[in-house]
Design a protein. Structure first.
Length: 433
């Protein structure tokens, strides 16, 4: 069985391709909490360490994906949730975390995710999964812009080895998406693949089709590029610009005869749902109660306190995701949030959303222009643009490509499974069959 693992910043997936078969299949994952009960195609890339879940030796058992979310929602008083740890592969400062008196390196945390994916694949008839092709971003760049390619790749390889993977081939995620797209080609094409994940947007310009030399896959690549922003960054823009005021951002309070703003550091946590629980400390709650007593607008602070104390961060960001999806389909969408004592209803216009995400759009556009310039390929020489990943559905993102290549040359599909599926096809090339 050939195995492809897409370990993503926000979601992960695994695809299997049996020897002698033409089509790969996605391993089903547990349903999402609060969903319709149907199996999902992806596993949320997060871990929970809950003091209530211990083994026979009284050690805390890490929970993965949807199980982690369920534990967090049930009771966060003794639960630590970790998310987006893939984005720390380039960080020399983040080496790990101490949880319930056990120290986990970053490699250990990623290995827990990969091991769960392996277990799920083996339960679906994959046999013992020891050989894997896994995805990776085109660029591993630290927050300060410095390249951390070798360091990040070494850590990723170490993590997969700790999860029991003995043979690992890493493939650029947009190239994996290209393999997915190529399955439907009956002729050769010059294709620009744009893969939008949770943390990165990656691009690859390739020659694809039946004439491609499978024994020399790198010869098909004309150029690659990528930036460190994607779906998660767009979600944060909605929170920061459209919703944070309802939770106290921008209001002032009186202290020692001065008019002061609500501390901005609160909203640094607020824009990431799994960080909101970090605000649930006695000093922070006391500070917010004091602010509430000394402001002319106490209701937003009450909303923020309720969000913190009743552990509603996940529910907030589910509502944000629904707004983003709505804005991909229509000119405005209604943000609805009715949990505990908080009841909010607000219309968000697509025009405002596009203004908020202008920096991300500019960064994506600049990367695309550099890729074309570096390869010497003119827009009219690109036969097809294949866009995948959830953010590819955002009209302003799609518009960048439509303006350069024409709407007729744009295609999309497999938004959440194209990379994993393509990795399985690549695994067949790497490991034979």
């Amino acid at each position: 069985m050939f195995v492809g693992i897409d370990f993503g910043t926000t979601n992960s997936a695994i695809a299997l391709l049996a020897a002698g078969q033409d089509d790969a299949r996605i391993v089903p994952m547990p349903p999402m909490p609060g969903g319709d009960g149907e199996a999902a195609s992806t596993l949320r890339s997060l871990l929970a360490f809950d003091g209530k879940h211990r083994d026979d030796r009284k050690q805390v058992v890490p929970l993965v994906g949807q199980e982690a979310i369920a534990a967090y929602l049930e009771d966060d008083t003794d639960c630590r949730l970790l998310q987006s740890f893939k984005s720390y592969l380039t960080s020399r400062l983040f080496t790990g975390a101490s949880l319930f008196n056990v120290t986990y390196s970053l490699e250990d945390l990623i290995a827990l995710m990969v091991a769960r994916l392996r277990t799920m694949a083996e339960a679906q008839g994959a046999g013992e999964v020891r050989r894997v092709v896994a995805g990776r971003p085109v660029r591993f760049v630290a927050e300060d812009g410095a390249s951390e390619e070798d360091y990040a790749v070494s850590r990723l390889r170490d993590a997969f080895a700790r999860a029991g993977v003995e043979e690992l081939e890493l493939e650029y995620e947009p190239i994996a998406a290209a393999y997915y797209y190529e399955r439907g080609l009956s002729h050769d094409e010059t294709v620009l693949v744009a893969d939008f994940g949770g943390g990165t947007s990656d691009f690859c310009l390739m020659r694809l089709g039946p004439g491609r030399d499978r024994s020399r896959p790198r010869d098909a690549i004309l150029g690659t590029g990528g930036v460190g922003n994607a779906g998660d960054a767009l979600d944060r823009r909605i929170v920061d610009n459209g919703l944070a005021e309802a939770f106290g951002k921008g209001i002032t309070y009186r202290s020692d005869g001065k008019e002061l703003p609500v501390p901005s550091w609160l909203f640094g946590k607020f824009s990431r749902w799994h960080h909101i629980s970090f605000l649930n400390t006695a000093p922070t709650r006391r500070m917010l109660r004091d602010i509430q007593r000394h402001t002319d607008d106490p209701e937003p602070i009450e909303n923020l306190l309720a969000l913190i104390e009743e552990n509603l961060g996940y529910h907030l960001f589910r509502s944000v995701e629904r707004v983003k999806v709505g804005l991909s389909r229509q000119d405005s969408a209604e943000f609805l949030f009715d949990h505990g004592p908080i009841s909010l209803r607000q219309t968000i216009r697509r025009a405002d959303f596009e203004r908020w995400i202008a920096p991300e759009l500019e960064e994506i556009e600049g990367c695309l222009d550099r890729l074309l310039a570096d390869t010497g390929v003119r827009p009219e020489q690109v036969d097809r643009v294949f866009m995948t990943g959830g953010t590819s559905l955002v009209p302003a993102v799609r518009g960048i490509f439509a303006r350069r290549f024409g709407e007729a040359r744009l295609s999309s599909g497999g938004e959440f499974v194209s990379v994993a599926t393509g990795l399985a096809y690549r695994a067949r090339e790497v490991f034979g069959g």
